[in-house]
Structures are given as C-alpha cells and as structure tokens.
Write a protein that binds this ligand. Structure first.
Ligand code: NDP
Length: 309
C-alpha cells in the first residue's frame, strides 16, 4: 500500500513533504520515481499524462488536488473498481470569491480602461457603476458558485445563478436546467462562469448565449477554457455587445504566444490562478481519504463519473 504523486507542470515536493508529515507510516513516492508500481493503491493527480494510471495495476483511488476532474477523466481510462475524488476546501471557495470580487470591482470602476489610457497618457474620466446597480449571473451554483453567490448578495449585488437543480441561497434568484438558462442570462451585466467542464457544458459560452446578456456586459471565465467559443467572444467584443472579458482558463494552457487574447485591449488574461489549492488545508482531506480508503469507509468528495463532476 503506497501513495504516488503524479503532477505535470507543478512542483510535487511540498505535497510530498505534507503527506509524509500527515501519514508518517505511509510510503509516498513521486512519479516517475516509483519503486514498486504494484504497491501503489492511491494516486494524487494534477493534469496527469495520458493513460499514466494504467501503469499501476492495483490502483483504487484517484484523488484530484483541484476542484475539477476533467483533466483526469478525459485523459485516463477509469476502471470499475477505481474511485475518483476531488478537492473541496473552504480556502478554494474563499480565494475564488476574493479573485472574483477584485475582477468585478475593477470592471465597475473602469480600472482596466484606465490602465490602457495610462499607457497612452490619456486623461479621460468615464462614468462608473455602483454595486447596487449591477446584475451578476453565476453559471454553476456548486460548492464554489454557491459560496460566491452568497457573498456577492451580502455585498449588495443583485445575483442570479444557474445549475442543474434549483438552489436555495438567501437573496439569490436560482434557475435550473436548459429550459431556464435564458431567464438566468437576461438582464445580466456581469456573467461569471464557474461550471465544471463536461460534455453538456462544452462551448456553453457561445454567441447565442452571450447575446442574451445586457448590452455592454462583461464576462469572467474561471470555469474551463472548453466552455468558451473563442471566435464568438472576439466577434461580440468587436461589435460592442460585450464590453470586455477576464479569462483565467483556456483551451490550451499556457496560452500560446500567438493567441489573439494576449493583445486584445478588452481582454484581461490571468494564468489559471483564480483559486489555487491550499496545501496546508487540502492535505488533511487527502490524508483522511487515504485512511478512509484503507478502512473501507466512504471517500470524501467522490465524483460521479456518470455526471462528469
Ligand atoms: P461543483 O461540482 O460543486 O459544482 C458544479 C456546479 O455546476 C453545480 O451547481 C452543478 O449543478 C452545475 N452544473 C454542472 N453541469 C451543469 C449543466 N449541464 N447545466 C447547469 N449546471 C450545471 O464544482 P465546484 O463549485 O467545486 O467547481 C466548479 C468548477 O470551477 C471546477 O470544475 C473547475 O472547473 C472550476 N475551478 C476553477 C478554478 C480556477 O482557479 N480557475 C479553481 C477551482 C475550480 P448541480 O448543483 O445542480 O449539480
């Protein structure tokens, strides 16, 4: 019985150290330096290379260190006796809220516009908006989306949210399913996408949907790059239906050097940093899950492979 850490483009050392502290009796190795592949029954993953889990014949648990599991289930063949779990952590939700608050207030107060004007030494005051006048719509009222919706409502924003099933969050107007998506989008000034990437949500941020937002609306995508039809965003920005976008996630990461988003004046690019897993708190979930697995108890935050999130 042992744990393997399988990371791509992420330093595994802090995780290795944290796991060894919390599970001192357990062998923790970092792929590809694995002494005995057959001994590994639990892997900790971040963007694993395609089909890597096939190398572990006795693997039972695949633990994502992130909230999303799309980069795992789209690249691996999960066997019937294997379980996939994800990260749910208060810090992830709170850090996402803080990131989104910064983005939304920046838009309300024209901060991006003034940065561009400063680069050209232009002194040109523009009307700003206030929290009470702004309609926010959140796609995805899950662990993170519900938390963010509640916080934005408490600050005085008018908040709508959309999910598969209706939610009951104080002050938040909740919409469910395909049939109510237009009602959620209509009248929106800021659209925040925090959906998981699934077959159903792929390309959901398309011209047809984004056209339903208010004229001059702003898009924030912290879900996944697969949600956005990039050409549709560019044409809606060019024709002025959208005033701008802040994008944290992309189809290809890092964003390729020649991608038009890098230099578009109405697009702000952040390098997938909206909310980063906090090792100190997240390692407790991983350690608990490893112990639950050993003692045959249910895992925390196991995902539904059928739903894809
Ligand atoms: P959850 O699984 O808790 O929530 C997902 C939400 O999306 C649920 O409300 C679910 O509805 C809704 N949903 C799923 N499919 C559909 C659909 N077809 N139509 C309508 N609603 C749908 O996930 P989290 O809140 O923890 O995380 C969400 C995503 O945020 C992650 O998958 C990841 O992609 C992204 N993320 C990005 C980060 C970043 O730094 N950029 C950091 C962390 C997360 P219901 O509740 O009814 O099932």
């Amino acid at each position: 019985m042992s744990i393997a850490i399988i990371f791509t483009n992420k330093n595994p050392e802090p995780w290795e150290a944290a796991l060894k502290t919390h599970l001192p009796e357990t062998v923790v190795e970092v792929y590809p330096s694995i002494k005995d592949y057959a001994a590994v029954d639990f892997v900790l993953c971040w963007k694993p290379e395609p089909n890597v889990i096939d190398k572990f014949p006795n693997l039972k648990v695949i633990q994502s260190i992130g909230a999303g599991i799309d980069r795992i289930i789209n690249t691996q063949t999960i066997k019937e006796d294997q379980k996939v779990t994800r990260m749910v952590d208060e810090n992830l939700s709170n850090d996402m809220f803080e990131f989104l608050l910064a983005a939304v207030l920046g838009q309300l107060k024209n901060i991006n516009l003034y940065q561009q004007q400063q680069a050209q030494k232009i002194w040109l005051p523009t009307n700003y908006n206030s929290i009470k006048d702004f309609n926010v719509c959140i796609l995805g009222l899950g662990t993170i989306g519900s938390f963010v919706a509640g916080k934005f409502t408490a600050l005085g924003f008018k908040v709508k949210g959309w999910s598969v099933t209706r939610k009951h969050i104080l002050g938040v107007e909740s919409f469910e399913g395909e049939q109510e998506m237009s009602a959620a989008l209509n009248g929106t000034d800021i659209l925040i996408n925090i959906l998981p990437a699934t077959i159903q949500t792929e390309n959901i941020l398309n011209k047809n949907r984004l056209k339903q937002l208010n004229q001059g609306a702003f898009l924030i995508n912290v879900g996944r790059g697969e949600h956005l039809v990039e050409e549709d965003l560019l044409s809606l920005l060019d024709e002025g239906h959208l005033s701008g976008a802040l994008l944290d996630v992309f189809k290809a990461e890092p964003l390729p050097m020649n991608h038009p988003f890098w230099v578009h004046p109405k697009i702000q690019v952040t390098p997938h940093v909206a909310s980063i897993t906090n090792i100190k708190s997240a390692v407790l979930t991983v350690a608990t899950n490893y112990q639950n697995h050993l003692s045959g108890k249910p895992l925390k935050f196991e995902v539904s492979l059928k739903k894809g999130y």
